[in-house]
Design a protein around this ligand. Structure first.
Ligand code: FAS
Ligand code: PHB
Length: 395
């Protein structure tokens, strides 16, 4: 087979990139090692920056988001005995939307399939060959066991943290900066109406807890657990008790309900640079991972593929290499901004591990920072600008 852009991975990055390219008349083929059902069953992110909403809208996949998504103009930060709201619109003039990544993936798959997009599902043995030549190829074994090869002008590595794209770049070329956090998130999706109008991020001596939502009848909640904890240790009752204790506030109660999904996600900050090697370009989790406290992972992926899609479109439209040559450096500008904010929010809101000799000092610094950011207009504006993705112009 031959195409203009071969895309590895059918998560939000790969699917949205193919949509952006198609809107600019650029052809692509996607290879994905999971089944379509598996990809559609993933429960992940939920907060979408206004700039990301604009990208989805501009490229024809925002209609259901505007109909079913929920605009949020602020957030609650909480510590024992206090819950204070930061108003995004008052602080920086922007909002965020709550709309599940699962729904974005559904909208993208439906749109791409209606457009006749070629997606190879359930492939194996994917490899990228000749990325540093003028004729790169993606080879794989398709779902029927047939060896396949796609010749392309360019390859987009949208295959997430565990994909093959990043390791295709020689280690001598790659630089990695990483922090692995001494805790993880246990997340649940529950069939119960949210007990709050805005997201709640709470610091508590037992650990962090968060209340998000997916609709008026489905809630999404998280709590801090040990990095090596096992979901089998957490009955629904234990989860709801933990959430209720950590977000307790006079005059407020948390409604519990049946859990639809529960899982534990490790937390790391990870950035691999550069995002380009020859004719291979990385986007989304293939290049960077952020702890979910700042709600940046999915939004960074959308910003990356908007930038990459525009750069490839410019190349095919007028032969210009400028945006492609700038892609890695320009993308990393936003990646480091989001990585810093996610690290800052994570460090402020999670209990340091009991073994940390500085635990009491760190906890005092975190409480001081929470009080400052919920009383100082300048500090609240810094949080609001970062949370809504408004610090840097959208690509
Ligand atoms: P993805 O990992 O979503 O997609 C990569 C795709 O490539 C996958 O479908 C994979 O099957 C495929 N692939 C991998 N290797 C391949 C190969 N060799 N060949 C072909 N295909 C291959 N972000 C938030 O903002 N908030 C959250 O609460 C949040 N929670 C998360 C929970 C979990 C468990 C995880 C893992 C991530 C979470 N994230 C969250 C981050 C997440 O939303 C990512 O940022 C987002 O999925 C990035 O999208 P992609 O870059 O497309 O990567
Ligand atoms: C979610 O709704 O899944 C969510 C919201 C905010 C975060 C992380 C996850 O920071």
């Amino acid at each position: 087979m031959r195409t203009q852009v071969a895309i590895v991975g059918a998560g939000p990055s790969g699917l949205l990139l193919s949509q952006i390219l198609a809107k600019h008349g650029v052809e692509s083929v996607i290879v994905e090692n999971r089944s379509q059902d598996y990809v559609l069953a993933r429960i992940r992110a939920g907060v979408i920056e206004h700039g990301a909403v604009d990208v989805l809208t501009d490229y024809g996949v925002g209609e259901r988001l505007h109909r079913e998504g929920m605009r949020h103009d602020g957030v609650y930060l909480q510590w024992p005995g206090e819950r204070r709201r930061i108003d995004f619109v008052e602080s920086c003039g922007h909002s965020v939307w709550v709309y599940g990544q699962t729904e974005i993936t559904k909208d993208l798959i439906a749109t791409r399939e209606a457009d006749g997009q070629q997606i190879f599902w359930s492939v194996s043995d994917t490899a990228i060959v000749g990325a540093d030549t003028d004729s790169p190829r993606v080879t794989f074994v398709d779902a029927d066991g047939n060896a396949q090869s796609i010749e392309a002008d360019y390859v987009a590595g949208c295959d997430g943290f565990h994909g093959v794209s990043r390791p295709t770049i020689p280690e001598s070329v790659r630089s990695v900066r990483e922090r692995i956090y001494p805790y993880a998130w246990l997340g649940i999706l529950a069939e119960v109406a949210p007990s709050t109008d805005e997201l709640i991020y709470a610091l508590h001596p037992d650990g962090f807890a968060m209340h998000s939502m997916r609709s008026e009848s489905v809630s999404r909640l998280y709590l801090q657990v040990e990095p090596d904890d096992d979901i089998a240790n957490w009955s629904d009752d234990r989860i709801w008790d933990g959430l209720s204790t950590r977000m307790a506030l006079d005059g407020w109660s948390l409604q519990s309900g049946p859990t639809l999904e529960k899982s534990i996600t490790p937390m790391r900050s990870f950035v691999s640079a550069p995002l380009r090697w020859g004719r291979l370009f990385l986007a989304g989790d293939a290049s960077h991972i952020v702890p979910p406290t700042g709600a940046k992972g999915l939004n960074l992926a959308i910003a990356d593929v908007k930038r990459l899609g525009s750069a490839l479109a410019a190349k095919y439209a007028d032969g210009s290499d400028e945006l492609l040559d700038r892609y890695s450096d320009d993308a990393l500008e936003r990646v480091w901004q989001s990585t810093h904010f996610s690290w800052w929010m994570t460090s402020m809101l999670h209990m340091p591990p009991p073994a940390d000799p500085d635990r009491d000092f760190l906890l005092q610094m975190q409480l001081t920072q929470l009080k400052h950011v919920t009383t100082s207009k300048a500090a609240a504006t810094m949080l609001a600008e970062n949370y809504t993705g408004s610090v840097l112009p959208y690509p």
